[in-house]
Design a protein around this ligand. Sequence first.
Ligand SMILES: C[S@@+](CC[C@H](N)C(=O)[O-])C[C@H]1O[C@@H](n2cnc3c(N)ncnc32)[C@H](O)[C@@H]1O
Length: 219
Amino acid sequence: MTREPMSFGNHLMQSPAVAAVYERLWRPGFTRLFSLGGVGTREAHDALLADLAPAGSSRVLDVACGPGLYTRRLAAGLSDAGLAVGVDLSGPMLRRAAADNPAPQVAYVLAGAEDLPFSDAAFDVVVCLAALYLIPDPHRAVREMCRVAAPSGEVVVFTSLRTRLSSLPGVERLLAAGGYRVFGRDEVTGWLREAGWSRIEHRISGQGQFIRARVDHGR
Ligand SMILES: C[S@@+](CC[C@H](N)C(=O)[O-])C[C@H]1O[C@@H](n2cnc3c(N)ncnc32)[C@H](O)[C@@H]1O
């Protein structure tokens, strides 16, 4: 696959310095930015992860996992037969993941979200947190996430949202210049529905949206 030139945002994600401070400073700051104009965005984020809490032999994929902070958290309830895989395109991020967030049930893989190196239906839970907006072809990444998720499982996304704030003159253009995309309210859910994941919980808070999608088996 030919890749577009790397955006400024993704250049930052390739920096060992950013990777070093990501978990302690960068991500908490970003979560605060997401909370602008919203009530309880941080709480909604924590609640999402607490609700997910994969257990037993579940297979979990964390797409664009950064330094693995959530990969390890998602692996916490897994048994010896479970597995959580974090995938990212940034070597420095994955080196931090291996150093800071190792766990017996966790593995990290260097790969692009648009071409996930896994077979169809390989995972029970596929998440992509605070990253879809940086992925050059997010539609393709969502299709890939749906492909590798088992139809009995779920696909979970936390990402950006077009709001009154981001619609102020010049704001979206400025964000786009940094490689940061703002999604319309029905854009990502539309891609999920298109892939057959039509049982959707969609929560909006501040500048972010939380999406949980399952396949509707008519039950
Ligand atoms: C803001 S971090 C999010 C990390 C983590 N998911 C979190 O919730 O904090 C975004 C990550 O997306 C990764 N990324 C960007 N484009 C990617 C792509 N096409 N494929 C895989 N990872 C990508 C970056 O390297 C970076 O580690």
